[in-house]
Design a protein around this ligand. Sequence first.
Ligand SMILES: Nc1nc2c(c(=O)[nH]1)N[C@H]1C(S)=C(S)[C@@H](COP(=O)(O)O)O[C@H]1N2
Ligand SMILES: [Mo]
Length: 490
Amino acid sequence: MTHAALGFPLWIRATHWINVLLIGFLIRAGIQILAAYPRLYWNEHCTPGTEWLKVTKKRMPADQLWTALDMEEEVPAWLGQPGGNNLGMGRHWHFSAALFWVLNGPVYVILLFATGEWRRLIPTSWAIVPAAWHTFLIYVTLGQPPASAFHPFDALQQLAYAAVIFLLAPFLILTGAAQSPAIEAQFPRYARFFRGRQGARSLHFLGLAAFVVFIIHTALVVYTGFGPTMANIILGQPAHNQGQAVAIGLGLITLILLIYGLTSWSSRVAPRRVQRTLGALIAPPMRALALHTHSRQHYPSSAISPYFIVNGYPPETPEYRQLKEDNFRDWRLEIGGLVAHAHSFSLAEVRALPKQTQITKHHCIQGWSGIAQWGGPLLGTLLEQCQPLPTARYAIFYSYQCDKTGQPFYEALDIRLTGHPQTLLAYEMNDQPLTVPYGAPLRLRVETLLGFKLVTWLRAIEFVEDYRGLRDGQGGSREDTMYYEQSISI
Ligand SMILES: Nc1nc2c(c(=O)[nH]1)N[C@H]1C(S)=C(S)[C@@H](COP(=O)(O)O)O[C@H]1N2
Ligand SMILES: [Mo]
């Protein structure tokens, strides 16, 4: 008896339907993430004008300051998860679905080999190549292969399915991971293999495009033989009670669409609840990655970006303006909270500490990157003087600039990251004193995290036991107002 005659076992059908649901989430949320910076590059600098693909009409003015947030696009709700301008929610859905997707995949593959079902997918003879070529020729001449060619797939389909499962899916996982600041910081060569973050991002997008082509193909296959195909993929048997199969199949498709609709809707009306629920799911692996990677980046000066994108408008307060006019003579960095010795550092004191310089890549959550040299003392050096207490678990960084709520921009950092080898307070960028757009006089650099944690225009660092009592309780301005995740290593 051939395998085709055995029909499709329940686990194949179940994993496939789960896969359909998850891939829809991944694609929809992936489009949402892309919209936050709808430009693709093959270079790491994202210099305006060097993109190979641009899905936006926005042009940034040459004569006034613009920031990366001005480049975000809205996505229609039918296309993006959840639609609108919503990077934070898009990321929650993308990574939650990815988590289940990388679990579902191995379950499927293990069962595939354990049961012998792999014979349907993996060619066992080179004869498949000429056979696939033959069906290809039939298709391009708009012919229909004879029914005998399908058992249950024709040779071309068999090759395509095997390629999607064993090549395209791993490719998407690998190029996804290569965009992570933590992974790139710890394994620079891994990311370089994909031409760095921007190469990985472009390839990830091309992988998505390939997936969409494959999905259209599959949809056509299903459509051309709707009844029999539904019998196969619902009941696992050809031509067995087709009417019932079609009803169940249409029901499942409707259910999946309903799930997309409801989850998108709830993300629009109750984003905080979605952030909490999905956040609980993705935070543990994110945090583990952030805590267990160390930045070992040492780019040569030739790698420094000609232009470094700005994100965040400089503080407009009279207080900051005065400080700037006086060349930051009276500026102070207050370190306090749960420390043995609170201290207020002048800029001269900060400059007098041992200086480290590092040439590293900045990874913005929106998608852009840039390489610069940063100079300043290690944060750990200042903390040796202040001695955070054993109860302190987070360092809260406050800025002179205000966030959307009108209160000082703040971000919480796990205390375990404060002593990392490239965590520093920079007063220099590319050998020059830090200028106002980039955070003068002092900014944070943590080279395994996404850019929004790296507070610019620093004013104070406060050690606390927990950030949940602070403001909206999510651990930072961006977490509170834009639903970003608190631990942010990818
Ligand atoms: N105070 C403050 N710090 C901030 C921001 C901000 O808006 N305000 N933006 C963050 C984001 S999203 C990024 S990507 C980096 C950008 O740093 P740059 O402007 O020097 O490129 O700063 C981070 N630090
Ligand atoms: Mo950012």
